[in-house]
Each structure stands twice: as structure tokens, then as C-alpha cells.
Design a protein around this ligand. Sequence first.
Ligand code: ISL
Ligand code: CA
Length: 512
Amino acid sequence: ILNKSWWNNTVFYQVYPRSLYDTNADGIGDLKGITLKLPYFVESGINAIWLSPIYPSPMVDFGYDISNFTNVDPIFGTLGDFKILVAKAKKLGLKVVLDLVPNHTSDEHPWFQKALKGDEKYKNYYMWADGKDKDDKTPPNNWISVFSGSAWTYAPSQKQWYFHQFDYRQPDLNFSNPDVKEEMQNVLKFWLDLGIDGYRVDSAVFIFEDKELRDEPRSYAAGATPRDYTYLDHIYTTDQLPTYELFGSWRKYLDEYADEHNQDQKMMVMEAYTSFPHTMQYYDYDVTPFNFMFIINVTNSSSAQYFKQEIDLWMNSMPKGDIANWVLGNHDNHRVASRYPGRLDQMTMLSMILPGMAVTYNGDEIGMVDLANISWADTKDPEACNAGIEHYAAISRDPERTPFQWDATKNAGFSKANSTWLPVNANYKTLNLLREKSHESHYKIYKTLAYMHRKEPALTEGSYRSFTANNGTVLGVIRNSGSRTVLLLINFKDDIPQQVDLSAEGLPPKMK
Ligand code: ISL
Ligand code: CA
């Protein structure tokens, strides 16, 4: 392996392909659009990008329902377009990471189509069970789908039920079947052979389930109805031991691949929303979990003390010498500028000044906000659609998926189409990249910090320490390497200016 763990000090940027840039005026972003914008990423200080799924898909879950793991959906372009993207990215020194969605396929995948016809080989690629009362009314057990309602759907052709952690059009693969493991390893290899630098692994906690199909216990979630995912504790459908072992084997496979081909190490980062101990368990298998603390644990109303406690917990719990990462947003959660109103720059600074890898969701660097009032008729997210007209607004992930706001022209410069797949946020006339390049802006702060994150020795190799000051009003982070020190002070009462005495932190009274 040439460069082990290149993702240390990296600015890792998630591209949601549908919403970045549309080159063929169909209202949906595409690969050519991403390729055109590669120089923008580089000039912003980004050095690695991750693309949400680009594979053939009926787009029920916008690409997270895959009907062919080894091709590109025509909406996004062709394999040829992808090869060009990778080649251009390489020239610019940008790493390219793809989304791997191993847990499930689309119901339109040929494997599932064959399964539905009773082909035994392919039926065993998925998870089937008899109903409790051997009828078509009572599912095998009480398991609930993340997108609400039973996680089992009856297939009349088989007189059996199949399991799906998500939508019924996303049947779960059966990883107890060695053929499925082999298929997925071939998928890993396919894209590595095209020169990619690693994977973000989707839905990591959901791969294996309890073999005995035991009923989940009732949770203590207040106000949950029996259809809600939060109605149950998911001890039998998440975080199973074989899941960790499988990922450990993929980590080894990626390392061997890099070794054999004399390439930089391949990234593998897991999307795992789970308890802290289960999150840390990935490290036991040499696997990196995303750190979602600024999305899940810590919120806009958290105290400086709580920020410090959570940050220190992560730093002290992960294996010594390993690489931390700090995720501010993604396509499943409300935008960081909306979750931390008025505090986006503080959060940007925090993610860039803490050690490790900073993770940005496209658009957050210019401070895009949620498009709050998308109508029921315009709603696309299947999770929101399943929730129904009464509840969709509270659940929908569409608000954070709207088109990138490049400039003040039609559709924010995203597309020449008459309508775009999701509406463009009307604030684009004033909130757009072009304008932010010529004003004091979130983008300028982001760009400055991104460069520091990668080049400033105090940040790339410095020690780390956190503290609170002024009775818990201020959060401080100190990074130091030799004669260089970076100090971050965040005022949690930003309406009242604070003066901080730093002598207790061993810092000189006057710092440059
Ligand atoms: O979003 C979540 C918590 O904020 C999770 O419940 C999330 O739905 C889950 O971790 C899986 O997410 C991934 O797989 C889904 C897809 O809809 C999401 O967009 C993707 O990120 C199903 O493939
Ligand atoms: Ca599964």
C-alpha cells in the first residue's frame, strides 16, 4: 500500500448526483455535471468526493434501490462518463469514493425477479419466511420497516413473505448465503478495477438479522404507534455480530487489493446510526464508522460542556492513532445551517479544526438551508410518502435534497429545464455560490478552513485539547505542533461578547 489512510486531514465531500448539476436539461443532475464541477471542488479545498448511488435503479429510493450493481443509470449517463469522471478527478488529485448498498436490491433487480418466479438459487439470495398463520394476512413476526409498517411483504407467487428493512420495493439480501457474499465481493472489485478509492457502505447496521426471527421487544418510545419504526427495540434486526465480521473481511479484501495493485489504501466508511458502543465496535474489525454526533447526539441547544464531553468521548474511545471524522450533514438529515441556525460557521470551524477527516454534504459549504414547505404533491422521498399526507412534512428528506444553488440565473444555474426534479429553493437569488465568492460569506470561511485543515501543521499533525471557559459559555479547542498553535473559541451565548482568560490553558496572553 502506497499511502495508508490517506483520509487523515482530508476534506471529504458528499455529492448527491441528482442535485449537483444538470447538463442535459432534464431537471436531474448527472455525471457530466459532476465532472464539470470537479475543479470547483478542488478550488474549495476538497480533496475527496463520495457519490451517492449512480447505478441503474427504478429510483423509488433515488438510487438506494439498485437493479444492477455494475452499471450507471441512464439518467446519470454511462459507464464511459464515469470513466472520464475518474480520470479527470485523478488528474486533479481528487479521490473518488462510491456508495455501496449491500443490504438490499431493487425489486426490479433480475435476482429478485427470478426469485419471484420460484428459481431456488435466486430465491435463496433473499430472505423468505412463512406467515404465522400460514395465510397472507399475518407476517412471520413483528419486525417493522425503517420506512414504517411491517418489514415483511407477501409474495402470492411464492405463498411466502420476503423481508425488507426499508421499502417493500427494496428486498433484503441474504448474506448467510455464500453466493451473495461472493456476488458483493465481485461488485467491490468491479469499481475498484475502474480506479475508485473506496466505499461508503450504506445501511451498515442492517445486513444480518436474527436467524430465529424472534419478535423484537417493545421500545419505550413515547407516542409511537405500532406502525412506527420507533415502536420496537431493534435488537434482532440491527448490529448483529456476523455483520461486523463481514465488514472485517471486506476491509482485508480492500487492503489486499491495494497491495496487489500498488495503490493507496482504499477507504471504507460505514453509515451506521447506532448506539455508541456498537459504533465503536467497528474499530475492533479495523473498520471506520461515520461519526454522526453533530447530527444525532449534539444539537443546537446542547451546552458547550456537552459538546466537549461528546467530542472527548469519541477521541478517547477510538483506538489510539486511528483517524476521527466529523460529519455535519448528509442527504438523510436536515441541513446543518437549518439544524444550527446562525451557527453554521462555528460548526464548519469545529469540523475542520478537530483532528481527522471533515465531512461535508454538498451545498452546506455555501450555507444552503432546508426547503421547508414542499407540498405533498411535490414530495418524492419514499419515507415521507409512506408516512402519508398528515405526517410527511415532519419526516421528509426532500428539504435537504434540493438543487445546488450556483448563481442567480434560472433554476439557480443548476439546470436549463423548465422544472427540476425537486423545486429550487426560492432564496437562490441571494444565496448562491457566485454571490458568496464576491462577499464575506459562509463559503469563504469554508474555503479558508478547508485549506487550513489540509495544510496547517498544527491541524495536520498537532496535538488536540478541548476546554470550556467563562462558566461553560465558551468551548475551546487547541491544536498545537511545535511553534504553531491553532485556537478555536466558540461563544455559546453569541449575543453577549466574551473575554476569555487563556492563562489556565497555558497559552500566552497575546496570540497572533
Ligand atoms: O436516516 C437515517 C437516520 O437519520 C437512517 O435511518 C437511514 O435511513 C438508514 O441508516 C439508511 O440510510 C441509507 O439507506 C436507505 C436510504 O433511504 C438512505 O438514503 C441511505 O442513506 C435505504 O437504502
Ligand atoms: Ca439485512
